[in-house]
Structure formats: C-alpha cells, structure tokens
Design a protein around this ligand. Sequence first.
Ligand code: ZN
Length: 488
Amino acid sequence: MPAKSKRKISRRAALQGIGSVGASVLALGAAESPATAAEVSRSQTPPRPADGRERLEQAVFTTPLVDTHEHLIEEHERLQSPAHPRVPCDDWAMLFSHYLNSDLLVAGMSKADHDRFLSPQVEPVDKWKLLAPHWPAVKQTGYAQAVRLAIRELYGVTELSSATVRAVQTGYEQTRRKGYYARVLQEVGRIESCQVNCLTGEPFKESAQPTLLMQDLSIVGMFAGPEINTYAKPAGIQVKSLADWHRVIGWWFDRYARFAVAVKSQNAYRRDIDYARVPAEQAEPVFSKVLQKDTVTAEERKRLEDHLFWYAVDQATAHRLPVKLHTGYYAGQNYMPLARLRNNAGSAAELCRLGPDARFVFMHICYPYYEELLAVAKHFGNAYVDLCWAWIINPSAAKDYFKKHLLTAPANKLFPFGGDYIPVEPVVGHALMARRGMAQALWELVDEGWLSLDEAIELVPPILHGNARQLFQLEQKTRALQQADWVR
Ligand SMILES: [Zn+2]
C-alpha cells in the first residue's frame, strides 16, 4: 500500500476512535496533510453505513463459536434416561431442570410442585398446570429466555402455553434422537466444539464424541478432600504418603494432559480461591491425618488444600494446560454466601501474582463483581475471562461486561461463550442470547464512536473462536483426540 494512502487511513481511524480529542491530535500532522473542516466535523460522529448494523449482526450470527464450558452428559447417556442421575425426567420439563427450576423455586413454586414438574411419573402435558401459575413471573429472566429460544429454534413453537404444550412435547421427542447432539450444537447452534466439565464423577471423561465434546481434566478432587479413591484407583497407586499422592496427580497429567483442553476447579462453591503457596513439609502432617481419618482443623485443611492446589496448577502449567476456575455467582437457590464471593476477584489477582507462568481462566465474569474481574484481566498477562453462563444469569450485565472488556483489556483475554448446561437443548438458546448481546455491544461501540464498523467486524472471528483455538490449542487437541486409544 502506498505511504500516502496508509497515512490517510490511519488518520481516519484515529478520528473515528477518539472523537473530539482527535481534532487537536490531528493538528500535529496538519502541515503535511491538513484536515478539512468536514473531516474534523466527521470526527464528532464517525461514519455509520446504513446497513452497518445488519453487516455486524450477519458477522456475529454466522461466525462459528467455540463453546468453552458445558456440563453435557454423553449423548448415549442422555438417550438411556431417565435411568441417568442427571436426567430427572425425559420430557420437555428436562429443559427447565438446569437452571430455570431455580427461578421457579425463588418465584414461589413449592418444593412438592417442583418435584412433580421434574418427575418422570407425571404426564408431560399435565406439567403445564404446575408451571402456569409461576410462568408470568419468570418467563423474561435469562434462564427462561434461553429455554424459550431453544423451544422456538428446535421445536418451532414461539410461545409455550396450554395450547402449545403438546407440540413442545412432540418437538422434544422428535429432536431427542441418536445423533442429535451434533445437529443441535453444530447445525443449529453453529458451535464448532464444546469444552465439557464432566459432572458424573470421572476426573476426565473419555467421550465417545471426543472432538465435539472436548473435556477439561478436573483437579478439584486432587486438592479438595482430597478424593483419594477416585484418583488413586485408576492410577493403580497405593497412597501412604503425600509423595504417593503427588505421584497419583502426576499419573492423571501423564495419562490425559494431551487430550484435555484445560484443568477445571469449582472449589469456589466451598471456599474463597485464596490459595497460598504452602511447602510440602507443612502439608505432609495434615495429609497423614487425613489418611488416618483423624480430625483436622479448618486451618489445617486450608493448608493442605492450598499446597495441593498449587501442586496441581504447576502440573497443569508444565503440561501447557490453562486453569479454569469458577468465580462469582452460585447455581441453585437459597444458600449463596455473597459476602465471601466478593473476595473472589481480589483473590484471583493474587493467584496471577503467585503463579506467573500459569494461565488462569476466571469463569462467569465473577458475577456480580465483574468490574473488579475486568481490572484483573487488564492488569495481569496471565488472567483470562470467560463469559460462560453469564448471558443467562444476567444478559444485560454480560453485554455490559463484553463492551467494557473491549475498551479496557486486550481482546485476546476474552472467551465469549459457554452454555454451562447439562441438557444440550438450551445451549442453542443461550448461544443465540450471547450472539445477540455481542452484536448489540459491538454496535453500541460503533454507534458511540469508539470503534469503526470495520474494526468491530474484524474483532468477531478472533473473539468467537480464535482466542479459544489458540489458548486451548484446539487443533493439536483435535489431532490427539482423533487418535485417542478409547475411540480407535
Ligand atoms: Zn459450570
């Protein structure tokens, strides 16, 4: 590109980016290429092509999305329901079982009605009567919007009611068939791959669809508890000392690190993420007590957990696995210790300082303390933020975070979507909400003069899939998973 036109573009970009301040900056280069009054005036309102919003939406809604957090059970496990513990009922109410049932309980549905609503013994069509009294109070929440969008996209029913409940149930039955995970996620949701944190007990799930349902290696039982049998048995190691337990942890990384996309801990449901670096000598006596089933004090337990947390994180880092940590809001209802969660973002900053080589992915934008977490992402090179779950907890706050992140912290520190679901169907609704929120946020940034339309559109591929492909090494993982011994 000739030097002259290059200069012209960069000046225009500066104008669009900084508005009226741009006029004085521009004056510095005036001798070489004077700005016309029209150019300066345009700097107040950047050019917005008439079809700009449509072009931006087109980009956001058609670009493949990497889904960085789910709890999806295997498709074949879902199809064998309701024998599966994570499938309370095998009808349309299953879509409400995670997380919309919490809004229903908080809105006033009785526990007895809730249990009947999710029971496999109640006729699916009769369940509408249990839902109807509470539906007007919850139908506009993020949890409900994701389910309503899924019902619309998958079953073609625009409004759930007494008149349509039968069509919703028929849609449920016709959708839930062999091969439907790929159809729902990839064809309808335009999701290229998911990252699953398995909730069925195994630290790493050997998925039958390993490149679609990529997996995190769970480290929580390596340090909390710790869950000796769960981890030691598959490793074939008898645990009689802390050194033995270190070998067990090492076995899991040796066996699964090349297949896992990350390690994951949701230990923030039990305590703050204020893990101190504790040397093995100080943890060893506590570990012996745990092995002998002696009582340990809260202070002793923290010491052991802290030591083991860093042991696992250092292993993850040596194997180039990012560390995903739950932060902020709790699933469920009527028990969240919000005062403690307030400390999560501050503790996250301390983790980044104590583990400069680790890459931490702080999940759920630490809702509602997302402004604090944004400061962590801006300040620390090893802090990343994942909007997983956030678009359905509070769609407006998630959009606010997304917009603020782009103006505050580098765009490569952001993962925009994880459905965070056990049932696969609502992922479609959640993904649509995320795309809608991202398109709105980007358009607002253009409309307010912070970004040009081209700059906004250029951000779409890296944010929707580029960041995840890179940090989680998805190409390399895909190749390893295609060769995995449990699928060959
Ligand atoms: Zn989750």
